[in-house]
Design a protein around this ligand. Sequence first.
Ligand code: URA
Length: 454
Amino acid sequence: MSAAAPFHVVDLIRKKRDGHALDAREIDFLVAGASNGSIPVEQLAAWLMAAWIRGLTLDETCALAMAMRDSGEKFNPSRLGKVAVDKHSTGGVGDKTSFLVAPLAAACGVAVPMISGRALGHTGGTLDKLESIPGYRTALSLDEFEAVLKRCGASIVGQTPALVPADRVLYALRDRTGTVENPGLIGASILSKKLAAGLDALVLDVKTGSGSFLRKLEDAEYLAALMVATAEGAGTSTVALMTDMSQPLGRAAGNWIELVEAVELLRGVRPQESEDLRELSLQLAGWMVHLGGKAPTPQAGYALAEAALTDGSALAIFFKMVDAHGGDTSIFDDPAGFHKPGATHVLEAWESGYIAEMDTTAVGMAVQRLGAGRAKAGTPVDPHAGILFDARRGARVEKGQPMATLYATSPAQLREPIATLKQAIRFSQSPPEPVPLVSSIFTRESAEEYLREK
Ligand code: URA
């Protein structure tokens, strides 16, 4: 321990390993060490694994979220002259709602300063998807972020070395050490970024089902309640929608193909396979507009968001935002022409029946291994890799009918994902029970009640 250091890192690792909660000073110390590089990664990894196994208490989660929020610069949205509202999802497969909700909510008059992440585990990353657009810069300075928000009403950026640096380090480390799927670690990671954006209101999309990080409903509910209570405690009005991830959201899972699906909806095209994506985006945007004070109820917010979708104003904001980030919007004139995967395979149904179940985590792993994700931190992803589904859960297919198209970086990268996808899908002879898109909603009151009863 140096003269200035108040703790030995190894003592904190042992304390957590043995099942005791760390206090806020101890957590501050670990987080400072993560962001300034003074604590070696092996010690951070050991603490993360101890935290993953033992779990974090509510107080530890709050302390971790606040320490990471304060680990770098913060954005002050008060100069935007608008209420600042954002949404954040706990991570899923094919989850591209950000590209819809940001322009939808902005079109309804709130500012959307969105700080997003990269692919993590089996899930895709908003930043990786946006970087499929040639020229799109996700690393803006806070002044540039403010300028884009003033011009467009929405901006989607990543953490820079200056913005929430501790989460940047710990997020990448969790991805490499199998320590992603833990309610406290996920909650603190998400909230650190959201609170650093100085939001007035926040809508959380907490995934449940086979493609979510927290497969047990009670873990996902605990995460939702934890985040709502923590964010409300920090002065941000917050709700959490528990939403279905028992199959990929919409029909595309990858990078560029997800943007194409989102822009298609913004253009007013309504493929049946993208209806769940459209509906969820409108519900999330409806809550954002309501919490942002532009509509008396979430339902009225939904109606305003739907009008912004129908009249093209959300599409115009999306293109304006891409342009303001340096992105080339002309590639959306011919999205299929821009799509140049290294290898393609059409997966045909290997039996007749209804698609009853998907192991969506396995589907996500297949997408990442086609080239859409990274095996090592810092390596590039393939914008063209991914899976486009022709048939989704509940659909009846006949043997030999195309079910999905897989796009890989190279032919050799097709083999394993094809096998994974085949194992991930189960057929039945009768239609499966429908799963609700939004199963419940946590507000401040219900979150506090849930945590009291826990
Ligand atoms: N999204 C985040 O920002 N962090 C997590 O840990 C998981 C999803």
